[in-house]
Ligand binder design. Structure first.
Ligand code: KG4
Ligand code: ZN
Length: 354
């Protein structure tokens, strides 16, 4: 083993994830039970339903992870768990499960900030790889998820300085809301990306909120504009407000493209400007929205223009998973962080900044 082996538990939202990660980089197992189908029925997450689904699936997910990894409890150096931010009921399931394992097996418990996990996912290696390029400090980290959107400067593992964050909605939240308005179902992010890829006309321009030269973001105005633009398109198509009446596919595609382009434009330009301003040597991106191929492509162009390497995890490591918690947990463990068995869930835990 090169570095500690961490058993990691993630249950902050609607994915039950358990992973075994070595040295903060090498994935021995990464099993995720997604609740997407469950929440699609209600068009969004019902917290109690999410918590009960974690309770139902956490043991089978653990068993699948052991099977994939081919390691034993005696190889494990620590148990890492997300203690926030996230939904309280969801966090409590994973947290209590991790505590029980740490207690019974006599292993150290390491508390992980979910947002740190999204950033550390950039260090995870491809399956089967023993080594690979890693992000160089100082760097700029962009996290774009369903609950968070921020830019931070990072000078070492766990050493964050917040540059800017959303003043209202998160980017993923905006994707989910506009996806619903376009009749694309839940979650909106992947559905909008898919619909936008079919756009043959790109004439509808959505507004961008630049907020001066700050590194903050705002997506609520864009969401309101989207509602107005979609209503106008429905009126033009002669739809009389019945929700089941769908806009023509070509119109949905063009509007999906326009919305996606507006979000990506702001994210990419602010990230590039931040990288230049702090003298970054690399750029990392994480969170569910980073699974968007068009965003990754645009960021690659910006990074290329600055001569900087860009690190975007593969899509399954952008959305919530246990491996990212294992990656962050390992760094915390090496830094000496140990949580007590009285560790509490922190639904509003902020990113730890200096
Ligand atoms: O990181 P994540 O799995 O959960 C949170 O920590 O919030 O992010 C989920 C978010 C959802 O809003 C989802 O719509 C968005 O990530 N998302 C995407 C894509 N895949 C997931 N947004 C845009 N394009 C995608 N391909
Ligand atoms: Zn997340």
């Amino acid at each position: 083993m090169s570095g500690p082996l961490v058993l990691a538990i993630e249950s902050s939202c609607d994915e039950t994830g358990i992973a075994l990660v070595e040295g903060g980089r090498r994935i021995h197992a990464n099993v995720v039970a997604s609740q997407v189908a469950l929440h699609a029925a209600t068009g969004g997450i019902v917290p109690e339903v999410a918590a009960r689904a974690h309770l139902r699936w956490i043991v089978p997910v653990l068993e699948a992870a052991w099977e994939d990894a081919g390691v034993a409890w005696s190889d494990v150096d620590a148990v890492a768990v997300t203690h926030g931010p996230g939904l309280a009921g969801s966090l409590l399931v994973g947290l209590n499960f991790a505590k029980a394992m740490a207690y019974v097996r006599g292993k150290p418990l390491v508390a992980v900030n979910h947002l740190d996990g999204h950033v550390e996912a950039a260090w995870l290696l491809d399956p089967g790889a023993e080594t690979g390029p890693e992000p160089v400090f100082p760097l700029v980290a962009l996290v774009v998820s369903g609950g968070h959107t921020f830019l931070a400067e990072m000078r070492d593992h766990g050493d964050y300085r917040l540059l800017g964050e959303t003043v209202d909605d998160a980017a993923g939240e905006a994707f989910d809301k506009v996806g619903r308005l376009l009749g694309l179902g839940y979650p909106g992010g992947p559905a909008i990306m898919q619909a936008a890829s079919a756009a043959t006309t790109r004439n509808v321009v959505f507004p961008r909120a630049w907020l001066g030269d700050s590194y903050d973001f705002s997506f609520s105005g864009l969401k309101t504009a989207a509602r107005r633009i979609i209503d106008a398109a429905r009126a033009e198509a002669g739809l009389r407000g019945e929700p089941e009446e769908q806009l023509p596919e070509a119109v949905v595609a063009e509007l999906a493209w326009g919305f996606q382009d507006a979000v990506i434009d702001v994210l990419a330009r602010k990230t590039a400007r931040a990288a230049r301003a702090i003298g970054a040597r690399s750029i990392v991106v994480g969170g569910g929205v980073a699974a968007n191929r068009v965003l990754a492509g645009r960021l690659a162009d910006e990074a290329g223009a600055l001569g900087l390497p860009l690190h975007v995890p593969r899509p399954g490591l952008c959305t919530d998973n246990g491996a990212m918690i294992g990656a962050a947990g390992c760094r915390r463990f090496l830094a000496g962080a140990r949580a007590g068995l009285d560790l509490d869930a922190r639904p509003n835990l902020p990113l730890a900044v200096r």
